[in-house]
Design a protein around this ligand. Sequence first.
Ligand SMILES: [Fe+2]
Ligand SMILES: [Fe+2]
Length: 134
Amino acid sequence: MEAIWNERYNTGIQVVDAQHQELFQIVERLRRMVQGQADRTAIEEQLQTLVVCSERHFATEEGYMERVGYPDLTQHLAEHASMLSSLHELLAKFRESDQAMALMVPTFMEGWLKHHISDGDFGFVTYLKSRHMT
Ligand SMILES: [Fe+2]
Ligand SMILES: [Fe+2]
């Protein structure tokens, strides 16, 4: 397991936990690549992977939330959408040759993930438990 992952981020929803772990792993790989001054194409590919896996993860959660009628879906959607637009912006800036952008992505994404999982995603888990859905 990657260093930044911690058991406290386990939601108990298998598919969600697997995707969260994958995202942490991508972030950690990206951090090592940036610190090791990997070549530009490799870093761009990893940034792209982060975007794709984030999109897939958000779609998984949102689909689940819709199916069970989660009342805070709108707020949760907004948080996901805001993160995706930030990621797209960072990727675009990196492609416009602002290489320094890549330096801030791992810290930014790690912080966001930890906060969003602890707050937003666990809010959903609390809802599922209250409805005896988990
Ligand atoms: Fe999540
Ligand atoms: Fe989420």
